[in-house]
Write a protein of this length. Structure first.
Length: 272
């Protein structure tokens, strides 16, 4: 029994069942070389082993591919637009009427003849402070807007009322009963500060002011007048200079060869 007890107390250490403490692995340390410090940081993994970086590179490649595709589509659209523009220009050139052959010594296109109904009227029209000119089959009386209205408004100046009265008198004297268009034109500059509306609205209100004046203060009637607001769409000259812009701001009274229908208000005599 003593031996048994002694044997139990003298068991070898490797038969002990108690757990042994774990030993942490030593950090990777490199031997410092002359001129280089010792490195104790872990060795980084290669880039292909980082799934986040691989996904980012894949997204970048897709973005570049999509960008190249968009650039190709834009280039194709530009080529298509250029081709369409060329075809449109060719179609317009083909549809444009061929001018008549110029006589010997002529240096420009032959102007369109004025309508026979107005051929005799043109040399007899004289409107002070306005320009009278033929335009195809009509006669145009160009009146500078700066002589008719307050700047940037449709308010008639006293001198403007005089010009309109003289123009209406001449039209009624030389072309009685003819249709007359009132066309409002502006330049391409922004309206003065504080002015409401657009250039087209200003042209429209000015044409309406002329219409009201002519129907209320002259012999011209509402049945022979109509209004058109062109705004800056039909300049006479370039708007690059102040003189050109002044000329483009205008009211045109356009005399047409057709006559307005007249109303016979007298009662027809009774048949006996």
């Amino acid at each position: 029994m003593v031996m048994a007890a002694a044997g139990c107390s003298n068991r070898p250490a490797w038969l002990t069942t108690a757990p042994q403490p774990l030993v942490a692995p030593a950090a990777v340390t490199t031997t410092a070389q002359p001129g280089f410090p010792a490195a104790t940081t872990p060795i980084p993994l290669p880039s292909y082993a980082d799934p986040g970086l691989a996904a980012a590179r894949s997204a970048e490649e897709r973005s570049r591919a999509e960008s190249r595709l968009l650039q190709d589509e834009v280039a194709a659209l530009r080529e298509q637009l250029a081709s369409t523009s060329t075809q449109l220009a060719q179609a317009r050139a083909a549809a444009r009427p061929v001018p008549p052959e110029l006589p010997a010594g002529a240096v420009g296109p032959t102007p369109s003849p004025i309508a026979p109904a107005l051929a005799d009227a043109l040399p007899r029209l004289a409107v002070p402070q306005a320009t009278v000119r033929p335009d195809g089959g009509v006669i145009r009386i160009d009146i500078p807007a700066d002589r008719l209205f307050e700047p940037g408004t449709a308010g008639l100046l006293p001198g403007g009322a005089t010009i309109l009265t003289e123009a209406a008198t001449e039209i009624e004297r030389v072309c009685p009963g003819h249709f007359v268009g009132i066309e409002g034109h502006t330049d391409n500059q922004p309206l003065p500060a504080g002015t409401r509306g657009s250039a087209h609205q200003l042209a429209s209100t000015r044409a309406a002011a002329v219409f009201d004046f002519l129907t209320e203060r002259t012999a011209l009637t509402a049945g022979q007048l109509f209004m058109v607001a062109h705004g800056p769409n039909h300049p006479l000259v370039s708007n690059a200079t102040a003189a050109g812009r002044t000329r483009n701001r205008r009211i045109e009274l356009v005399i047409y060869p057709e006559r307005a229908p007249t109303r016979n208000t007298a009662a027809a005599p009774a048949t006996p």
